[in-house]
Design a binder for this molecule. Structure first.
Ligand code: UDP
Length: 414
């Protein structure tokens, strides 16, 4: 049996007045024929990172529409997740090769998970498989008479062929694939029905729900941040593609100009991310003894409310990624009307169009300049943040993503 993730109940009606009305109206009639259909979302981890963030909100909303939906997890041990992390990096273009031993580890684990799928007695009409970790399961589960959809959340535009040639033959079993951007579709993808659906955030989740300002400040004081001093934050997994050391260097360039400027780097350490621990240690070593730099993790209780407060109270939030899928943290921050300095990669530019939300940067120097510019011009920062909020409302809230999914399911069911 696969583990089922416990999820709460949510009602689409509570999004009235928050998400655009047209989307909420359309969702109701669009989903009528799908009532009673069975759907499963399959992923690798119940917390840490964007996929779990999305599924925690999306799966209850599927159920609210009458599409009976479970979220299940594949099993894996550290060795397996070390291999899947290498595959993840390789598909995003990192150099290297997969050894025969690594391939065998990955496939043996997939066989075990395919077996667990069989022993789950439920029948599903639709199975969504998220990211590369469980991607081969469609090919290994021919007995499951469902429509299979691969949701690839990462940038696979230029995969390292050593990794892509290994994975891609297993993808032919999918009926459809979803990517965040057209540019991310890998070469010779053996799936013909390809959709482009950017992810979305949940404006009613604990991470995004509006916090009273005094409470948000108290929450930050509690974790050691002095809220009367200026604050720059990056929230992301401890991952080299998120360039946390680059953020530290950019911050160090700005600090001589802004007395008492603090930097908060909040990161969660996830089950399927052994490399995160290494990056975390590097970061601690690089910032040791600096009392204005706060390195915060889920291990010391930094969870949704703390991230919410950081995104709401910071003067500027940075997401200096070098490679990015979408970058949910950008939408989360803009939703709080806080300006963002973001790396010009992946899905970040679609969230920060010219004159909206903040600035796009390519280097540490540009990042430092943009941070300083916004810290010195609070009125401009405020205006950019307010435009960012409206941009997110129109394009990146959960009901829009749910509508995209419902359209796809209707098409596949036809
Ligand atoms: N996140 C969090 N705590 C942390 C770091 C990240 O809750 O310490 C959340 C963050 O708020 C966002 C998600 O994890 O919702 C990261 O998604 P994103 O798309 O930005 O990046 P990914 O991790 O999927 O590459």
């Amino acid at each position: 049996m696969l583990d089922v993730v416990d999820i709460g109940k949510r009602s689409l009606a509570t999004y009235r007045g928050i998400a655009p009305d047209e989307i909420l109206d359309e969702l109701h009639w669009l989903s009528e024929d799908l009532r009673g259909a069975r759907c499963m979302h399959l992923s690798a981890t119940p917390y840490g990172g964007g996929v779990s963030e999305i599924l925690r909100s999306l799966v209850p909303l599927y159920n609210d529409l009458g599409i009976v939906t479970d979220w299940k997890l594949i099993h894996g041990d550290d060795t397996f997740f070390q291999v899947t992390k290498r595959i993840h990096n390789g598909l995003q273009g990192a150099p290297g090769e997969l050894t025969e031993r690594e391939k065998a580890t990955y496939l043996a684990n997939a066989q075990l998970n395919a077996h667990r799928l069989v022993t789950d007695s439920e029948n599903y009409d639709f199975v969504f498989v998220h990211d590369p970790q469980p991607a081969v399961l469609a090919a290994l589960s021919p007995h499951l008479d469902a429509r299979w959809i691969w949701r690839c959340h990462i940038d696979t535009s230029h995969p390292n062929p050593a990794f892509w040639d290994f994975l891609s033959p297993y993808l032919h079993a999918y009926d459809a694939a979803i990517f965040t951007m057209r540019e991310f579709i890998p070469p010779q993808l053996p799936i013909s029905d390809v959709r482009i659906y950017p992810p979305a955030i949940d404006p009613l989740s604990p991470k995004n729900h509006p916090l009273p300002e005094a409470l948000a400040r108290d929450v930050l004081e509690w974790i050691g941040i002095r809220t009367h001093r200026p604050l720059i934050t990056q929230v992301s997994r401890f991952d080299r593609w998120k360039d946390p050391l680059g953020v530290v260097r950019a911050y160090q360039r700005v600090r001589p100009h802004v007395p008492d400027l603090q930097l908060a780097l909040a990161g969660s350490l996830a089950l399927d991310d052994p490399e995160g621990w290494e990056v975390y240690e590097e970061l601690r070593a690089a910032t040791a003894g600096d009392s204005l730099i706060h390195i915060l993790t889920n291990l010391v209780g930094v969870g949704n409310i703390e991230v919410n407060a950081l995104q709401a109270v910071s003067d500027v939030v940075v997401q200096k990624s070098l490679r990015e899928g979408f970058g949910l943290v950008v939408a989360e921050t803009l939703w709080k009307s806080t300006p963002v300095v973001g790396g010009r990669v992946g899905g970040i530019p679609m969230q920060l169009p010219e004159g909206t939300g903040g600035a796009l940067v390519d280097t540490v120097e540009e990042c430092a300049e943009a941070m300083l510019h916004l810290l010195r011009r609070p009125d401009e920062a405020h205006l950019l943040g307010a435009r960012g909020h409206e941009h997110v409302r129109q394009h990146f809230l959960m009901p829009r993503l749910l509508m995209d999914h419902v359209r796809l399911l209707k098409h596949l069911a036809a």
